[in-house]
Write a protein that binds this ligand. Structure first.
Ligand SMILES: Nc1ncnc2c1ncn2[C@@H]1O[C@H](COP(=O)(O)OP(=O)(O)OP(=O)(O)O)[C@@H](O)[C@H]1O
Length: 880
């Protein structure tokens, strides 16, 4: 093991510690952690995995200007010339922008082939390496602005929306005294400074609507590159809660701009921070990576390419490395029990339930937290969802589901037949094959793993259910092999397809009572099938004096404990992400043998209500997308655990914000942008045909399916709605917020097209197109490029007074940092983007129309010249 490996591992361990500590803190702490020390979470045996990925240490920043795409060569030159004007100050900050960590989420074992269109690609797009090469736009290392501060998760009341009190800084950025002296046109002066250097200065208020935090940060706006004084941006702290990433790798080892040559790098890539350099992986980088590319990865890469171009970007190789580093290895722990013991210990279900009920009741009454009282209303939810037949249709009908979640999803918790949702809604794979499980008869050990070291065969205690709503069933393997003794003996094996054999709670109680907290000893009786009871001695202890009996922190977030169980079925492996109203963890499903993503909603009524809407839409979408070709995440299941609504999803990989981050916000070439664009358009067309608005399209909500492939999926339908069921007026994350939402006019599905335009530009450039720190600045950023909105748009605005003078002239808006005024229409889009591709520019123009009706539709977008130029076969042929 090289010293670098040790360094990486050390860094990982440190980050794990930070992550753990951050999980129990409020948003302010989380935010700081996210910015300054992105969390790294590893399975217990990941050190081993990381050592096998030494090549990752040889990755150097993309620094040279060898455009990987021939079509972009010209623009590359242009970019070089243009960016050479960037001020030295910008370069000075460049050296400090290095993110501390590179964040990658290892996908589950399922890796889909790269968008197969690569084989159909033009000569400029015949190699996946090409796809992942840096954008021709890139110049120096980018700094990105703080992520949008207002998040749909924290929608404001309509009154606040109309009064403009939605972003915490509206007052701040709407000049009062100065405004009277300043006339339009608005002048502009952006600046961007390094946010990585400012994380320590973050303070945030965790309260929903009133809180604001001041963040000194860097923003890497294109237009602000010429000036780089730091500025202060106020954000609504909650909504700007930064995502934590499942895995972060010491950036210093992998991507530091200053690390031009790292251990094991035989050939050094010259790194420069001059703006004229377009950062693209060099041949040497690729070669070094290839030496250590796992066979599977190499195969994948080559198979996705018709021509191998060794000198092209190796970002995909980077991801292969990262994926390798983060390969989760967890212990296999499947519950099993001796037949004799099962016979002896099995208690009548009604008795157990009765005991549980009384216990639960007592527990409930002892809790003084408001969240608990609220939660009681939701305890009916989902635990017996299986009893309800699935919303029948799997056709592509555009009929929307019932307004509210099916009543079948909500049943009394006291219904003794209401098994846990997953147990009753799934067809146990083991049953169909009359699986016999290997078990141990040991009664001396409380450790399930230990018990599995001895074996006996018994019949599975699982019974098939007659009703299996497909829309909420977890993924099932066709056959679920039984753990063999050899498998179960290992403490470091990758999760194997486990036996679906379960034990009853009473047996689990007998066997593992010492592993269960006193609360669990009562709680477990509520779960008819026990798959896993946790593998940690750090379980949260019941405390009726604390929020949700100690299970929650003070903002209603579940205190996630790694290695603990969720609902006696899933093992918490790591944290994947942190949303405004949820935590997303990677979990191992002992029932199906799959890694999944568990979205644990905050224990507050509004979040639950929002999640119920999300579930309704997700189920509807899944039903209408049985083959999963719409590039939309599939909901596996949902259930209720410790007063938290939990949604389980297929496990995806990193989101596109992280994807930009690992490339140090250099952006990616247009071929890859196009691939993403085509897939997003396909998703939007799918949604549009069903009259669904996503309403929170942003890079964080677009996830790679695999770290090594370009396939993506949309997630987070928590803000979504049917067009005729609009609930919220205040939606979309600010950078991607459409003018009509800002202005408070009627909106429809074309708000997603606006977001798409912003996102695609960002993927190309690496930085947000319109990085307003609040809504007035957001609108000013837009007007700076698009000019003032048409009079009709202004006149229809319900928030006109916030942004416009009486005569319709835009109110002056100052740059929140420099104090300089924005000016309307002073930025040329083409100059701003410098894509060198008129088709791309035109496509973006078509997305960014003031008038929603004039924007391109998803259907039209898929036929646009830029999209059809080189289109992945899988994307246009995806479902209509
Ligand atoms: N299926 C998944 N697989 C892997 N990671 C996921 C998955 N779902 C979510 N994540 C991670 O968790 C993060 C938060 O998820 P999500 O956007 O659903 O939460 P949210 O609370 O709705 O977020 P927001 O604050 O944007 O509303 C995502 O950005 C992503 O990084």
């Amino acid at each position: 093991m090289t010293s670098l490996h040790k360094q990486i591992i050390e860094s990982h361990n440190n980050d794990i510690t930070k992550l753990k500590s951050s999980m129990s803190t409020r948003a302010a702490a989380r935010r700081s952690v996210c910015l300054s020390s992105m969390s790294y979470t590893l399975g217990a045996d990941d050190n081993e995995a990381s050592s096998s990925s030494s090549s990752s240490s040889s990755i150097t920043p993309i620094t040279t200007s060898n455009s990987s795409s021939s079509s972009n060569n010209n623009s590359s030159s242009n970019a070089t010339n243009t960016t050479s004007t960037i001020s030295p100050l910008k370069h000075t900050t460049t050296s400090s922008v290095t993110p501390k960590s590179i964040l990658v989420t290892k996908s589950g074992s399922k890796e889909e082939p790269i968008v197969s269109s690569s084989s159909k690609s033009s000569s400029t797009n015949n190699n996946f390496n090409n796809l992942y090469s840096a954008s021709t736009f890139s110049s120096s290392t980018k700094k990105v602005p703080e992520r949008p501060s207002i998040n749909p998760g924290f929608r404001k009341p309509r009154e606040a929306f109309l009064s403009g009190n939605t972003d915490s800084t509206i007052k701040k950025s709407t000049p009062s005294s100065s405004s009277s002296n300043i006339k339009a046109p608005i002048q502009i002066s952006h600046s961007r400074v390094d946010n990585s250097s400012s994380s320590n200065s973050i303070s945030s208020n965790n309260e929903d609507s009133s809180g604001s935090s001041t963040i000194k940060h860097t923003a890497a706006s294109l237009s602000k590159m010429k000036l780089s004084p730091s500025h202060t941006i106020s954000d609504s702290s909650r909504s700007s809660t930064m995502k934590t990433r499942s895995v972060s790798i010491s950036n210093g080892s992998l991507f530091s701009p200053n690390n031009t040559s790292v251990n094991n790098t035989s050939t050094t890539t010259t790194t420069t921070t001059t703006s004229s350099n377009i950062k693209t992986p060099t041949k040497s980088t690729t070669e070094n990576l290839d030496q250590n590319t796992p066979p599977s990865t190499k195969t994948t890469s080559s198979s996705s390419s018709t021509n191998t171009t060794p000198s092209k970007s190796s970002v995909d190789d980077v991801f292969a490395r990262l994926a390798n580093v983060t390969k989760p290895v967890i212990k296999s722990r499947s519950l099993s029990v001796s037949a004799s013991l099962a016979k002896v210990e099995q208690s009548p279900p009604t008795k157990e339930k009765s005991d549980r009920d009384s216990s639960s009741s007592s527990t409930s009454s002892s809790s003084s937290s408001s969240s608990s009282s609220f939660s009681s209303k939701f305890t009916k939810i989902l635990r017996s969802s299986s009893k309800t037949p699935t919303p029948s249709s799997t056709s592509t009908t555009t009929t929307q589901p019932a307004t509210s979640l099916s009543a079948s999803k909500i049943t009394s918790r006291k219904d003794t037949k209401s098994l846990s949702s997953f147990s009753s809604t799934t067809k146990p794979s083991s049953v169909s094959s009359t699986t016999k499980s290997t078990i141990t008869s040991s009664t001396s050990s409380n450790n399930l793993t230990n018990i599995l070291t001895q074996s006996q065969s018994i019949s599975s205690t699982t019974t098939p259910t007659s009703t299996s709503p497909t829309s909420i069933s977890p993924p099932l393997s066709s056959s679920t092999p039984v753990l063999s003794p050899s498998t179960t003996n290992s403490t470091t094996t990758t999760p194997t397809k486990p036996s679906c054999t379960t034990i009853t709670p009473s047996i689990a109680l007998k066997l593992y009572i010492n592993d269960l907290t006193s609360a669990e000893q009562s709680e477990i009786l509520d779960y008819p099938q026990i798959y896993f009871t946790g593998n940690t001695n750090k379980k949260t202890k019941f405390n009726s004096q604390l929020p949700n009996n100690g299970y929650d922190n003070d903002i209603g977030e579940y205190k996630v404990v790694e290695r603990d169980h969720i609902a006696y079925r899933f093992e918490v492996v790591s944290i994947l992400g942190q949303g405004s109203f949820c935590q997303v963890v990677k979990g191992y499903d002992y029932k199906t043998g799959e890694m999944v993503a568990l979205k644990i909603l905050r224990n507050q009524k509004r979040f639950h209500n929002q999640a119920l809407t999300e579930i309704k839409i997700l189920e509807y979408l899944k039903t209408n997308d049985p083959n999963s070709t719409a590039s939309i995440v599939h909901l596996n299941n949902y259930f209720y655990f410790r007063n938290h609504l939990i949604l389980t999803f297929e496990l995806l990989s990193m989101n596109l914000y992280d994807f930009l981050k690992v490339n140090q916000f250099q952006g990616y070439n247009l071929n890859l942008v196009r691939r993403f664009g085509a897939q997003i358009l396909t998703s939007l067309r799918f949604l549009a045909k069903r009259n669904i608005i996503h309403a929170d399209l942003k890079p964080e909500n677009i996830l790679l399916k695999s770290p090594t492939k370009s396939g993506i999926k949309l997630i987070d339908f928590g803000s979504s709605c049917f067009e005729n069921e609009q609930i919220f007026t205040y939606i979309q994350s600010r950078f991607y917020r459409s003018p009509e939402v800002i202005l408070g006019t009627k909106y429809d599905k074309s708000i997603d097209i606006w977001s798409l335009g912003c996102i695609l530009v960002e993927i190309f450039t690496g930085v947000p197109l319109f990085p307003g720190s609040d809504e007035p600045e957001q609108l000013a950023c837009i007007m700076e490029v698009l000019g003032a909105p048409p009079k009709s748009v202004i006149d229809n605005s319900t928030r006109r007074d916030i942004f416009f003078e009486e005569d319709g002239t835009p109110k002056p808006v100052k740059n929140s940092t420099t104090g300089e005024l924005y000016t309307i229409g002073t930025k040329s889009f083409k100059d701003l983007i410098r894509s060198g591709d008129d088709d791309f520019d035109n496509f973006i123009f078509d997305c960014l129309k003031w008038e929603p009706s004039q924007r391109i539709s998803a259907e039209q977008g898929l036929k646009h010249d830029w999209i059809i130029k080189v289109t992945a076969p899988t994307t246009p042929s995806t479902p209509s």
